[in-house]
Design a protein around this ligand. Structure first.
Ligand code: ADP
Length: 746
């Protein structure tokens, strides 16, 4: 969980926290305690108010009952009843007696009765009809005004409501009405009204009130409650009760009593209300809560003062640590913190200083290593530039291929080799010089010839070598595994050298060696056979001339002559092939040589129904060499085409087409014969290889033609062969005589 006050410094947060805890604890505790105390005190006050109410009501009830009984005692007085009876006698003779009786009654009441009860302020007598007969002190009219209420009262004795001071009595009072009956007790003569002053009533109840409160068993010895008492009559009029034992509470202006109890008086249905001002009664409790808060505040202040020392010795070192850390983070590795104690903060400061020391050492070593690294990098850059210069200036092609087949490094000499090696679509351009020559002796990939590129570039393979032809040049390619980058699987390093000239030179060398061997044989054969053959020819001619035309030996003699001629021709051609003799070097117009060859073979072609066509380039290329030999080359090719077409037993066409391309001239000899059999193709240019019947072919035609081409700086290849189309291509180096366009005859 994240600190919600994370943005506040500890030196502020900690005192605040302690002060907050104190205030909260004492505030909440004070509230709980004061509310509990308040509830308890309220309950106690209400209980006491109840008890007070009850005791006061009993006292008031009792006092009024006693006063009522005294009034009844007065009404049952015989003298009063007698006089009243007399007053009510019929008019006439006794009228004087009635008046006397009234006077005696009034006098009797004033002298003998009214002084007996201090609470009685006045007495009056009504007759049965409610007429005021006697009023001791009050004027009769004033009593007469209230008389109807008492005359009509059904229940007797009856009590009036609270009466305000009036002409009868100048203080609040209550009137008790009791019946006055005749001496026989059968007839109501009238009513006695006793005017009881309120003070008198209360005074009568006072002694009992004090006793009742003091005798409360629920709270023995408890102080009297400072409650206000007042009485309310059924009409809602209110009178305060002055009780000597309980001083009325001082009520704050604007406040209203909160705690109150009420009890009904049995005798007259009045209600006694007892009230206590809540604010005054609960003042000690209210003070309690604020006292709690005050104690909390004092404790918070004390805690803050006490925390000063831990803050000074804990937070200040931490702040110093923080400042030093920031300085180190900004690169000032000399930042240290003072060690002022041997406690945990001191240990932390020591550890920090050690760490800063170690960091400084490490930074120094890193700076030295960085400087060494920079020097090494400079050396490496120089080395790399040197290496790049070497690689760029190499005549050999150098290619570094990554594990994914991407070219990481290559030099200019690699340009002709790259497409055939790396572009799968152009790989057919790469032709193996011979069948696979994998150095590890494993089986060739992808069927051999076409798998050379994949084999050389195979990731994870060992070192491999291959001899391939690309675009007319022969390359010797060596491939070895090499790491193109650190933490990467190895790629391939290919070094290729153009060995075309070396191969050709080797081939020429071998060829010459063979030729010289063959030439020696041919010379010996010619030397040994020429004379016998000359003799055979001479004698064959003599024999042929001597035989008659119809001689049966004629055919045999002619065959001897033909075979002897074949032998002589073979020996001559062999000598021509091996020695290349009789060449007269000069400028040879290629087109002229072609036309001469065509002219030479045309009669033969005509017999065999074969057309010979020329398709010559615009410019007539000139080569340096022997015209006879050049013509011989084309004659040999056309004769072979002729024989091939004729072997099919039907006519055909031979085309001689020339083309000039830069410093080279090419001549294609195309025929629509059956094509060269696949089995014959590898040995086509070997001397004495022939597929023709014995006596018809010597097997020296193509070998001689290729030799002539090579003697003229050119080549002879079987370009294409299939049924219906065979192409032999002879190429020559075109001469560049001064003052003439390159390779073009004048
Ligand atoms: P020869 O003609 O005496 O047989 P070559 O050296 O001239 O000797 O030819 C060698 C072989 O090449 C021929 O025997 C023939 O099988 C084949 N050959 C040469 N030219 C063609 C061609 N135009 N069409 C088919 N096969 C050919």
């Amino acid at each position: 969980m994240r600190d919600p006050l994370h943005w506040m410094p500890v030196r502020v947060k900690l005192p605040l926290l302690v002060a907050g805890v104190c205030l909260l604890a004492f505030g909440v505790g004070g509230t709980i305690v004061s509310s509990s105390a308040r509830n308890a005190i309220e309950a106690e006050i209400l209980r006491r108010l109840d008890a007070e109410c009850r005791s006061h009501a009993e006292a008031l009830d009792h006092a009024l009952t006693l006063l009522t009984r005294r009034a009844q005692d007065f009404a049952s007085d015989g003298y009063i009843r007698d006089r009243l009876e007399r007053v009510g006698q019929p008019e006439g003779a006794a009228e004087a007696n009635a008046a006397v009786a009234l006077t005696e009654l009034a006098d009797y009441l004033a002298r003998n009765k009214l002084p007996l009860v201090a609470a009685f302020r006045d007495l009056a007598v009504l007759d049965a009809g409610g007429k005021v007969l006697v009023a001791v002190h009050a004027p009769k009219e004033a009593v007469a005004a209230m008389a109807p209420a008492f005359a009509s009262a059904d229940e007797l004795p009856s009590h009036s409501g609270l009466r305000e001071p009036d002409r009868v009595i100048d203080a609040q009072h209550v009137v008790i009405a009791v019946p006055i009956r005749d001496l026989a007790g059968t007839r109501e003569l009238g009513r006695l009204l006793a005017f009881v002053s309120f003070d008198g009533w209360l005074a009568a109840a006072a002694t009992r009130i004090g006793g009742a409160v003091g005798a409360d068993p629920a709270a023995p010895g408890a102080p009297p409650t400072a409650a206000a008492l007042h009485l309310v009559d059924p009409a809602g009029r209110r009178a305060n009760v002055e009780v000597p034992v309980s001083a009325p509470p001082r009520r704050a202006p604007g406040t209203r009593p909160l705690l109150a109890r009420a009890l009904r008086l049995e005798i007259n249905g009045w209600t006694l209300h007892s009230e206590v001002d809540a604010a005054t009664a609960l003042a000690p409790v209210t003070g309690l809560q604020s006292r709690f808060l005050l104690v909390g505040a004092v404790l918070a202040a004390l805690s803050g003062a006490l925390l000063f020392f831990p803050m000074r010795f804990l937070v200040a070192p931490l702040a110093a640590l923080q400042r030093a850390s920031i300085r180190i983070a900004e690169g000032d590795l000399a930042a240290r913190v003072p060690v002022e104690s041997s406690d945990e903060t001191g240990a932390m400061a020591t550890a920090f200083n050690s760490m800063a020391e170690a960091l400084g050492d490490r930074a120094r070593r890193i700076a030295e290593a960085g400087a060494a690294l920079a020097r090494s990098k400079r050396d490496l850059v120089i080395e790399r530039d040197r290496l790049n210069a070497v690689i760029a200036s190499m005549r050999d092609a150098l290619i570094v291929v990554g594990p994914a087949g991407d070219v990481v490094l290559r030099n200019a000499a690699a340009a002709p080799l790259l497409p055939a090696l790396l572009d799968p679509a152009r790989r057919p351009a790469l032709v193996s010089h011979h069948r696979c020559s994998r150095s590890d002796g494993a089986a060739p990939l992808d069927g051999g010839v076409k798998g050379c590129a994949a084999c050389l570039l195979h990731p994870g393979a060992g070192s491999r070598s291959c001899l391939v032809d690309v675009g007319g040049a022969t390359f010797e390619v060596h491939a070895v595994p090499v790491a193109a980058a650190v933490d990467e699987p190895p790629g391939r390093l290919l070094v290729a050298r153009d060995v075309t000239e070396r191969i050709e030179q080797d081939e020429r060398q071998i060829h010459h060696e063979r030729l010289s061997a063959l030439g020696e044989v041919a010379a010996v054969m010619a030397h040994e056979l020429n004379n016998p053959l000359a003799a055979i020819c001479l004698f064959q001619q003599l024999l042929d001339g001597a035989l008659p035309a119809d001689s049966p030996h004629k055919e045999a003699v002619e065959r001897i002559g033909r075979n002897a001629e074949t032998c002589r021709r073979t020996i001559r051609e062999l000598l021509d092939y091996t020695t290349g003799a009789s060449s007269e070097v000069g400028e040879v117009a290629l087109h002229s040589a072609l036309e001469a060859a065509a002219r030479f073979v045309r009669p033969l072609c005509k017999r065999a129904q074969i057309d010979v066509e020329l398709s010559l380039a615009d410019a007539d290329p000139v080569v340096i060499g022997d015209e006879v030999q050049v013509r011989q080359l084309f004659v040999n090719l056309v004769m072979n085409a002729l024989q091939a077409i004729a072997s099919g037993g039907r006519g055909g066409r031979v085309t001689l087409a020339s083309r000039v391309d830069g410093g080279r001239a090419e001549v294609d000899v195309v025929d629509d014969g059956p094509g060269v059999p696949a089995s014959a193709q590898p040995r086509l240019f070997q001397p004495f290889f022939t597929t023709k019947p014995r006596g018809e072919g010597t097997g020296l035609g193509l070998a001689t033609a290729r030799r002539i081409a090579e003697l003229h700086g050119g080549r002879l290849e079987l370009q294409e062969t299939r049924p219906g189309r065979t192409v032999f291509r002879a190429s020559f180096r075109v001469a560049v005589p001064a003052g003439r366009p390159i390779g073009v005859a004048p």
